[in-house]
Write a protein that binds this ligand. Structure first.
Ligand SMILES: Cc1cc2nc3c(=O)[nH]c(=O)nc-3n(C[C@H](O)[C@H](O)[C@H](O)COP(=O)(O)O)c2cc1C
Length: 266
């Protein structure tokens, strides 16, 4: 089976999912690549349609052991026709629980055929210099693994004769899913005097929770705690203030210091 176009779909507020999805596509080396970055609200308006000649590489971060609830309506609206799909989750060194299975089930219900899946490691959204959690992941070794994974998918697809179904991947996980798709409603971001009101945080926010005119104004009900505004602040003016998220950051740093490795499934 020949793949002409790979469609890369990712929700990636702090960029780790995007890096891994792109590395998989490099290894796969299809005829052409189309990127559909659904991180920003405006990109989650137009639904995706794919055919069986495309290959979908779809990646999301793990949020409390689940697919982030914010992307569920867009994912459920995908219209596919037997499109082979590679499901990818990025997690911050704790666990991905049933997220990969949930993503696989979501795309399968939309008409995709999940031919491979993978769980990769990404620096935890709550990680910072003083309290690192999977800092620097995905690193060069992870990206090499992602490229090799892409090459294997290519070989597998090539071994399938035209007209035959591509075997579905055995994805681990259980249903009912164990994680919790409800997030905390927490006002946890501290903004220092270094803030110049440049508006970059509001531009980066995947849910439009930050006031573009006053970046100290954050709608905690919309915020998904992704920490993109902290990660991308050019003045390093934003940080996690004492409270539930800070406690979680410290707990994750203490409990999950050991390096975990990516897992790939066919
Ligand atoms: C609200 C929230 C919940 C998270 N839950 C988990 C989790 O259950 N397990 C885990 O290992 N990492 C968890 N993470 C970390 C992210 O999955 C990880 O940092 C991922 O690489 C972020 O992807 P991105 O860089 O594409 O945004 C969580 C992050 C956030 C913001």
């Amino acid at each position: 089976m020949q793949i002409d176009t790979a469609k890369l779909v990712y929700f990636s507020p702090t960029g780790t999912t995007q890096k891994v999805v792109r590395a998989i596509a490099r290894g796969l080396n299809p005829g052409s690549i189309e990127e559909i970055d659904i991180t920003k609200p405006a990109a989650r308006v137009r639904p995706l349609q794919t055919s069986e000649d495309d290959l979908l590489i779809i990646g999301v971060p793990v949020y409390v052991g689940r697919v982030p609830a914010i992307v569920l309506p867009w994912l459920k609206a995908i219209r596919a026709q037997n499109t082979p799909a590679v499901c990818v989750v990025l997690y911050g060194n704790r666990t991905y629980e049933d997220t990969l299975l949930e993503l696989r089930n979501l795309v399968t219900q939309c008409g995709c055929r999940a031919v491979a899946g993978a769980a990769f490691l990404g620096e935890h959204s709550f990680s910072d210099a003083g309290t690192p959690i999977a800092a620097g992941r995905p690193d060069a070794g992870d990206l090499r693994r992602a490229e090799e994974f892409g090459q294997k998918i290519r070989e597998q697809l090539r071994s399938v004769s035209p007209g035959s179904p591509v075997p579905e991947a055995a994805i681990p996980g259980q249903y009912p899913y164990r994680g919790d798709s409800r997030l905390w409603t927490e006002d946890f971001i501290e903004v220092s005097d270094a803030c110049t009101q440049c508006g970059s945080c509001a531009g980066q926010c995947p849910v439009g929770a930050i006031d573009a005119e006053d970046s100290k104004k954050i709608d905690a009900k919309l915020c998904v705690s992704c920490c993109a505004c902290i990660r991308y602040c050019p003045e390093h003016a934003r940080s996690i203030k004492p409270g539930r998220v800070k406690d979680a950051q410290l707990r994750l740093h203490t409990l999950y210091p050991d390096r975990k490795e990516p897992e790939c499934f066919f």
